[in-house]
Design a protein around this ligand. Sequence first.
Ligand SMILES: *Cc1c(COP(=O)(O)O)cnc(C)c1O
Length: 375
Amino acid sequence: MSSFLPFTRPSIDEETIAAVAGVLRSGWLTTGPKAKEFEAALSAHCGGRPVRVCNSGTVTMEIALRLAGIGPDDEVITTPLSWVATAGVILTVGAKPVFVDIDPITRNIDLDKVAAAITPKTRAIIPVDLAGLPVDRDKLYAIAPSYTLRVIEDAAQSFGASWKGKPIGSSFGNDSDFVSFSFHPNKNITTGEGGALVLPADIDPAACERMRLQGVRRFDEDGMDVEVLGGKANLTDIAAAIGLGQLKRLEEFTARRKHLARRYFECFNPGLGCMLPLKDFENSNWHMFQILLPPGCDRGRLIVAMRERGIGIGVHYPAMHLFTLYRKLGYKEGDFPQAEQAGRRTITLPLFPSMLDSDVERVCSALINALKSLA
Ligand SMILES: *Cc1c(COP(=O)(O)O)cnc(C)c1O
């Protein structure tokens, strides 16, 4: 019997481990030269746009909302089919999350439905590139041009993906807005925990740095002032050293994920009644390979059946508006039928760079088996 196959696992090489040891021996552990070096490398990846690193993806979105001046009485549009952080940050700054249903094909926010959700209070939109499949950037910036309606691209899952040949994080037109990345261990590159914020042209990177570290402004060797309340969100040099080691391998990781996704399409039994993801080998970074189970299939039992066959399955995600916190705001069953349907039927199959081609075959045959065992 082969060993348990988790749905994801980070790939950390010996060179990265040595670089971390180097930081630990250097005497400087917190934000310092490695964090700066990581920011420069990320900026180069994003076509030279300013990038600042933080200790989570979540906090970068919270900082983006604050830098855009969004708070109480404001509305922010987003998708109900995401990790809870996406809508959580809207509540954190005191604004109201306004959900718009997903497109059942891409499972991303349906941009054609956004216009109907805009009110005089709408200040921003947070689209999510679910599973690494980018939201249409041309359509997005046609809805929200020139910072009239702020955009915070939740690109936590799409680092390494692209839109029309340019990496996500780069500028798509003159007025590309905030882009948030996460380097949580499940993401395509990791820093242990961490995130990065790509800044738009109208935001001073120094303002972002103050938000990240207690609002402190230093103006000479012994002078400082605090004008705004900042948090504590700086990234350590230990984490940045991991990120630098990961970034070097981004192309290799993405290529490997694409290859494995292709293998899934080749190996998958079309007779199972499952819905496969959109076959996008141009833009997506294949952060996840998600399928929708046949209607009526008991997902909980299937997950157990797969675990018994040595395979880990993820659920990303149940529709967020049905969680108690959002029901208390007035959201209910039936509000976003496409997201609810996907949220009930979705499962994430194992996909990570160090997985073998034979693992894909193992997952596909275990799935046939497990589905049969439930019938
Ligand atoms: C992971 C993730 C986040 C949050 O990132 P953290 O680094 O864990 O704070 C936000 N949005 C989406 C869509 C994510 O997948």
